[in-house]
Design a protein around this ligand. Structure first.
Ligand code: NZQ
Ligand code: ZN
Length: 385
C-alpha cells in the first residue's frame, strides 16, 4: 500500500426525519442561501420542509442550477450571494446542485476571474464559503468529497476542480429523498457509483487488502441493490444501501493509498460537454471498451474482479476476463442504460472532436500510468460505437 493522508471533515446525518436538525448544523443568525435545481424539491415538498426547519434564519433562494451545472448560471448566483451578504449555502439536490454550490462557495471569495478556478483545477483557491448539503440523488459522492465538475456552455468545456475548502460542512442523507427520482436517474446513480469504485479498484495490485475488500463490498452492494431499486421502488432498505454505497464510493476512503485510473471519467466528461449525454451513460459506454483495450495492463485486477465479483474461476484467464467485461456491460444494460455510442446518436465522425477536446484540456496521458493518449482513446471510442 502507498503512503497516504486521509482527511474528510464532512459530518454525515444519515436517515429519516432529520430535517429539523438543519437548524443546529448552521451557525445561529447566518443568512442562508438555499441553492437548488430545476424544481424537483419544490414539487415534492422538500423546499417547504427546509424552510420550516430554517424558520429562525434569514433565508434566500437560488434555483435553476441545471444538470451538468453551467458556469454562466452559477456566476449569477455568485453575484446574488455577494449582493445579499449571504453567510452560508445549503445545496438541496443531486451532484449538479452540490457541485455548483462548491463553485459558488469558492468563486464568491476568489480574488481573480472565477473561470481560472477550473483552468487551474482549484490550485489557486485559498478559501471558500461554508456550505451544507441535502442530498436528493445518490450517485456522485459530491456530498462527502471536495471535487466538482462545472461546464462552460459557450466553449463546450466540462472541467474539474477540487480543494479542501469545498468539503461540505455537513450532508443530510435521507434515503426517502430518492423515492421521487425518475427511473433513469436511479439507474444513472447506481452506475455512476459503480464506476467510481472501478476507477479506484481496477488498476494494478499494491497489496491494499482493505481498500480492495471495501471496493468489492461496494460493487456487490450496488449489483445486488441496483436492480431492486427499479423493481421495488418503495423499498427503503434498498434506497438506504444505495445511498450509503454511493457516498462511500467517492469520499476518498477506497482511493487512499492505491493507484487510480479516471480515464473513463475524463473521456465521459468530453462526451457530455459535446453531446449532452447524461454523465453516467457516457461512463457505461466507455468503461467496457476501456476494460477490453487495457486488459493486459489491468490483467491481475481484472482476474481478481472476475473471481470476487462474478465468481469466474474456471476457464482460461482470457476467457474469465472476457466474461467479466461482458457481465459488466450486461449489468449496465439491465439497469436500462444503453452501452453503445450509437444508442445516443453519436457516430464515428464525432470521435475526432472528442479527442481534440482531450488535447485542448491537456488530458493526453490518462489512466493509472498516465500513458493513455488521445490516439488510443479514439480506438476505444471506435470500439464503443
Ligand atoms: O434539477 P432538479 O429539478 O432537482 O432535477 C434533477 C435533475 O433533473 C433530478 N433530481 C434530483 N433529485 C431528484 C430529482 N428528481 C426527482 N426527485 C429527486 N429526489 O435529477 C436530474 C439529474 O440531477 P443531477 O444532479 O444532474 O444528477 P447527478 O447527481 O447524477 O449529478 C451529475 C453531475 O455530477 C457530476 C457530473 O459530471 C454531473 O455534472 N459529477 C460530480 C462528481 C463529484 N463532485 O465528485 C463526480 C462524478 O463523477 C460526476 O462527474
Ligand atoms: Zn462519475
Amino acid at each position: 500500500m502507498r503512503n497516504f493522508t486521509f482527511h474528510n471533515p464532512t459530518r454525515i446525518l444519515f436517515g429519516t426525519n432529520r430535517m429539523e436538525e438543519l437548524a443546529s448544523e448552521i451557525p445561529a443568525g447566518a443568512h442562508v442561501m438555499i441553492t437548488y435545481g430545476g424544481g424537483s424539491i419544490i414539487k415534492n415538498g422538500t423546499m417547504d420542509r427546509i424552510k420550516a426547519a430554517l424558520a429562525d434564519f434569514p433565508v434566500s433562494e437560488f434555483g435553476g442550477i441545471e444538470p451538468n451545472p453551467s458556469y454562466e448560471t452559477l456566476m449569477k448566483c455568485v453575484e446574488r450571494v455577494k449582493g445579499k451578504g449571504v453567510d452560508f449555502l445549503l445545496a438541496a439536490g443531486g451532484g449538479s446542485v452540490i457541485d455548483g454550490t462548491k463553485f459558488i462557495a469558492a468563486a464568491a471569495l476568489y480574488p481573480g476571474e472565477p473561470w481560472e478556478i477550473l483552468e487551474t483545477h482549484g490550485a489557486k483557491i485559498s478559501e471558500a464559503m461554508p456550505f451544507g448539503t441535502l442530498l436528493t440523488l445518490p450517485a456522485t459522492g459530491s456530498e462527502m468529497n471536495s471535487g466538482a465538475v462545472i461546464t462552460r456552455t459557450e466553449i463546450q468545456a466540462k472541467r474539474v476542480f477540487s480543494h479542501p475548502s469545498v468539503f461540505p460542512v455537513f450532508s443530510l442523507l435521507d434515503p426517502t429523498q430518492s423515492f421521487t427520482l425518475p427511473e433513469r436517474q436511479v439507474a444513472n446513480g447506481v452506475v455512476d457509483a459503480f464506476i467510481h469504485v472501478m476507477e479506484q479498484y481496477l488498476t494494478f495490485p499494491v497489496n491494499a487488502g482493505v481498500q480492495d475488500r471495501f471496493s468489492e463490498g461496494l460493487l456487490l452492494t450496488l449489483l445486488e441493490e441496483g436492480p431492486k431499486a427499479l423493481s421495488e421502488p418503495d423499498n427503503y432498505a434498498v434506497r438506504a444501501n444505495i445511498m450509503w454505497a454511493a457516498t462511500l464510493a467517492l469520499n476518498g476512503l477506497i482511493g487512499s493509498g492505491v493507484p487510480q485510473d479516471w480515464a473513463t471519467h475524463m473521456v465521459g466528461h468530453e462526451i457530455t460537454a459535446l453531446h449532452g449525454v447524461d454523465h453516467a451513460r457516457t461512463l457505461a459506454v466507455v468503461l467496457p471498451a476501456m476494460m477490453e483495450a487495457r486488459r493486459e495492463e489491468k490483467r491481475e485486477k481484472l482476474l481478481q474482479y472476475a473471481a470476487r465479483i462474478w465468481h469466474l474461476t474456471e476457464g482460461s484467464e482470457a476467457e474469465r476476463i472476457t466474461e467479466a467485461i461482458a457481465r459488466t456491460r450486461a449489468f449496465f444494460e439491465a439497469m436500462g442504460i444503453p452501452t453503445r455510442l450509437r444508442d445516443y446518436g453519436i457516430d464515428e465522425a464525432a470521435i475526432a472532436k472528442i479527442c481534440d477536446q482531450l488535447r485542448a484540456h491537456g488530458l493526453v496521458g490518462l489512466g493509472e500510468h498516465a500513458t493513455l493518449t488521445p490516439v488510443e482513446v479514439a480506438k476505444i471510442l471506435t470500439a464503443s460505437l
